[in-house]
Design a protein around this ligand. Structure first.
Ligand code: PNS
Length: 163
């Protein structure tokens, strides 16, 4: 049984995240999409809303025989991965600018849990500039984000901001 976690803030879920989920599904039997419950931040969506959104969108993603689980966690990703029985942490790399931060996290997570490998997947080039932060900013300022976030997520952003 090859189980991985795909940790992130997912505030909100983007098509870039879905691309990574789709690409990683043939590599594992089970993937836990792990939504960080970060009390320090002021997210647009609560952890519960983010988990629900992901669960609602997932059936539209081709994940073959890979079982997908949505869960939330607080504290260290390495602890959550170990406690979940995962052997890998999935992270997406969009551009060279992601590399330094991701390298530091991967090395720290490896120091914390040497048996767990970080697996990097390259996001599709059409999503190389897509981040949750940019999507929120553009949407809040009235810009178009179709094709970059799932329609369901766009609807929830619209409802949240009263647009
Ligand atoms: O989607 P994001 O915001 O890029 O995800 C970042 C995330 C959640 C993977 C990272 O912030 C994280 O792992 N946070 C949990 C706390 C932790 O383990 N910190 C040490 C990382 S080496």
């Amino acid at each position: 049984m090859r189980r991985a976690i795909f940790p992130g803030s997912f505030d909100p879920l983007t098509n870039g995240h879905l691309d990574i989920i789709k690409r990683s599904s043939p590599l594992f039997d089970e993937i836990v999409i792990a939504v960080l419950n970060n009390a320090d931040k002021h997210p647009m969506f609560s952890v519960g809303e983010r988990c629900l959104m992901i669960s609602e969108v997932l059936p539209s993603v081709e994940t073959g025989n890979c079982k997908m689980i949505v869960d939330s966690f607080s504290g260290l990703t390495a602890d959550f991965a170990r406690d979940s029985g995962a052997t890998a942490i999935i992270r997406g790399i969009r551009a060279v600018s992601d590399y330094e931060y991701e390298l530091r996290m991967a090395l720290m997570n490896r120091r914390l849990e040497p048996a767990i490998e970080t697996v990097f997947l390259m996001a599709g080039e059409e999503y190389s500039y897509v981040s949750s932060t940019l999507m929120k900013e553009v949407f809040e300022l009235g810009g178009r984000v179709e094709g970059l976030i799932p329609d369901l997520v766009e609807g929830k952003m619209r409802a949240k901001l009263g647009k």
